[in-house]
Ligand binder design. Structure first.
Ligand SMILES: Cc1ncc(COP(=O)(O)O)c(C=O)c1O
Length: 380
């Protein structure tokens, strides 16, 4: 009998809820993907490159023009100078970048601190590296990191901390005080950061995204991961990247080359063209999704659901304690089957869930779908 390497892992809740949404013909606000299409120019360029011979392996670290476009973007946005060739690696989604960063850092017995509620790919990757995942909870009600608790959990085996801002599933973002705390921690402990910044361009209400890349003391110890899926509405392409200093990049690529070796060539070329031809897309993304958040929130404000603060990402948390005492997974199943709106229970993002009644809604949907879903939720 095969001995499972991930005995506690089953089908993800995202696949389960999407299947249930299909089965009950429900509006699917569960899985995090846009219901609208990408820019036609991107598709046109993919077609162009597929039809003009770009169908073989891309270079292992990425197409040079895409590496350069990423380096330019990052350098402008976060006011630092990075080398496209030595610091940018294109990966098959941020998921691969996170997986490879974890394999690069974690040796058997090492501990990695993550914050619950946490994106679901971190822990299995740590387990596969033979590491130990140390779960700390973000503090309610605003889902902030308790840095005193982080300090208490540091041991001689702590090798890394994984942070995620803007944060899936809560929509919280790191503030300046978090950066100060992180700098202080790094000045005293020899650890690395994996900074999952896939929603870096989706920040609301004029707030600033505190990328670790803005701070040289943090950047020199960090693997920063991002996703073109989120930025250009192409989650199905699974293209992302990792930015890290040259010495860490060299180690990262040793593993990346044996995980996927390289990423889809025509898509990389098309994304590079898109970034060069349409530099306005990225700065407009925050306002684009803020509008969607506001449409949804405006239409649901008279319901029994309580809206929790959302500063970024395309997720909104809803507290349903005024409606039901059901545990969140049962509530989500009921909502899908009876009211035909699929959402995600917050508890699945925790090792030890708190006793709360909160669900996650994805608002990366066209306005009509958001209004229709909100109208239904107002009847619940
Ligand atoms: C927080 C977070 N990190 C990483 C990823 C993975 O991104 P990708 O689809 O590019 O692999 C996601 C996707 O939902 C995410 O929400």
């Amino acid at each position: 009998m095969l001995k499972s390497k991930l005995p506690n892992v089953g089908m993800t809740i995202f696949s389960q809820m999407s299947a249930l949404a299909n089965q009950y013909d429900a509006i699917n606000l569960s899985q995090g993907f846009p219901s609208f299409d990408c820019d036609p120019y991107l598709k046109q360029q993919v077609n162009h490159y597929v039809n003009n011979g770009f169908n073989q392996y891309a270079p292992m670290p990425g197409m040079p023009e895409l590496q350069q476009a990423i380096a330019d973007l990052v350098s402008n946005q976060y006011e630092l100078n990075i080398s496209a060739a030595e610091q940018v690696t294109v990966t098959s989604g941020a998921t691969e970048a996170i997986f490879v960063a974890i394999q690069t850092l974690v040796h058997p017995g090492d501990e990695v601190i993550i914050f619950d509620p946490a994106y679901d790919s971190y822990e299995p990757a740590i387990d596969l590296a033979g590491g130990k995942c140390v779960h700390l909870s973000l503090s309610s009600p605003d889902y902030r990191i308790n840095w005193a608790e982080v300090e208490r959990c540091m041991t001689s085996r702590t090798t890394a901390i994984i942070i995620n801002s803007p944060h899936n599933p809560t929509g919280s973002i790191l503030g300046e005080e978090d950066i100060i705390a992180l700098k202080d921690l790094l000045s005293r402990y020899d650890i690395h950061i994996i900074s999952d910044e896939v929603y870096e361009h989706i920040v609301f209400d004029g707030q600033v995204h505190h990328s670790v890349l803005r701070y040289p003391e943090l950047a020199e110890k960090s693997f920063v991961t991002s996703s073109f899926g989120k930025t250009f509405h192409v989650t199905g392409w699974k293209i992302g990247y990792c930015v890290t200093p040259p010495d860490l990049t060299a180690e990262f690529r040793k593993i990346h080359q044996y995980v996927t070796f390289c990423t889809l060539a025509p898509m990389q070329k098309a994304l590079a063209d898109m970034m060069n031809k349409n530099p306005q897309h990225i700065p407009g993304l925050g306002a684009f999704y803020q509008h969607k958040r506001d449409v949804f929130c405006e239409h649901i404000k008279d319901s029994q659901f309580k809206l929790l603060p959302c500063h970024g990402t395309y997720f909104q948390l809803l507290d349903y304690s005024a409606i039901s005492d059901l545990p969140d997974t049962e509530f989500c199943n009921w909502l899908t089957k009876v009211h035909k709106v699929a959402t995600i229970p917050l508890s699945v993002f925790y090792q030890t869930p708190p006793d709360s009644r909160v669900i996650r809604v994805c608002f990366a949907k066209d306005d009509e779908t958001l209004k229709q879903a909100a109208e239904i939720l107002c009847q619940v």
